[in-house]
Design a binder for this molecule. Sequence first.
Ligand code: NAG
Length: 489
Amino acid sequence: MRAATLLSVLGAVAAASASDVADLTASTFADTANQPLALIEFFAPWCGHCKALAPHYEEAATILKKDNIPIAKVDCTVETDLCSSQGVNGYPTLKVFRKGVPTDYAGTRKTDGIVSYMKKQALPAVSEVTASNHDEFKTADKVVLVAYADESDKSTQQTFRDFADIYRDEYLFGLSTDAAAIAAAGVTPPAVVMYKTFDEGRNDLEGSIDDESLLAFAKEHSVPLLDEISPDNFAMYAEAGLPLAYIFVPATDSKREEIVKAIEPVAREHKGKINFVWIDANKFADHAKSLNLQEPTWPAFAIQNIQEMTKFPLDQSKTVDHATVSAFVNDFAAGKISPSIKSQKVPAVQDEPVFVLVADEFDKVVAEDKDLFVEFYAPWCGHCKKLKPTWDSLGERYANVKDKLTVAKFDATENDVPASAGFRISGFPTIKFKAAGSSEWVSYEGDRSLDSFVEFLEANATNDINEPDNLEAELDGETEVKSGRHDEL
Ligand SMILES: *[C@@H]1O[C@H](CO)[C@@H](O)[C@H](O)[C@H]1NC(C)=O
């Protein structure tokens, strides 16, 4: 046992001194990040996944040293400012840097995976295209970007190569300086053409390019006008960040194509501002529900504002056709439609140990001059079920100061948190507190015991919530303090 410990200590010392992983600080960081290619890990010494990665990371660094690819790490418990400026909010975070520009590392955390991912990253992101491979290259992927430039136009070539280095995982890039290929494409250089397997099949960007115009061009045209959405391509729409308009229709509906075709002109009109998709209403009925559509009246239509997490279902008594959808989308685009807020009915009587808060009453309850402590829960969530008896006890404990403090629960699956709250719920349970007279919500981050809740409320409530909870205690109050009995209890 002792020998093993000693050996591992020696091993660690040996490994540390021989490490090919550079330890970066705020002052040495830029040197590495500005290299043509580097991999940097942001870690914390206590993090288990970081410890598991360490031996693989060391091995990979030694192998990649031969390829001149620097591998480095930053201890975020020491370099806190550096890590926060890099937007690190979990450990380990691995980023590939190219001349200072980071992209997320998307390989595995094993030696082989790290080595092969980084070696691929070191290959040119741009293929050379000539007349002989032009036709083949144009159709090599769903979306292909080809830049056409004169041999002497180094600046366009460099701009395109730098861009391709960053977006190499998303698109296939080709570059041609071959006059015959340029003639075949029918462009006047400099130009960039997107070849794609959907919609119009091709888009042209003519004239000189920069990072911004390339990115805008790629983003606008790589998203199909009106495709089916599924788990495979959902991320692309989420990343695009534009409001997303859904036609909910069963894939098996014989009129599906006709309905989708009728909406296409609306999609074209709002292209670049709102993305349009159709979705299998039978398979994804839950998604329809989350957008406040009721099943099963299909087809149905709804817009989701992905950035603001708001939803705008079209009244389901209306027909999903060109005229209705067009008018609805125009109103949406003009900001004339309020987001839909799902709510349970306001309870006729509050007969539970804690106050049952619903969306329709949210603003009213928040406006009351009381301290407010709310659990946002989902009925299916295990931690919420476990919390229930404690939360009920908390409600009972403060039952006699209901005019000063509201202990509430909010079923976030049946109610939307109104935008006026200024926060969204991303996990269950979420516990939030708002002091009387304040408009600011604070998250409760303590442990979920009755004592901790009480301690939190006593420290943070504006109102005096510590009324003696029975007459006896009130009468005994003075002697308790004097005799010191209180402290012993
Ligand atoms: C009071 O609230 C703050 C958050 O605003 C929290 O950090 C603090 O721990 C709370 N006090 C107690 C005793 O729980």
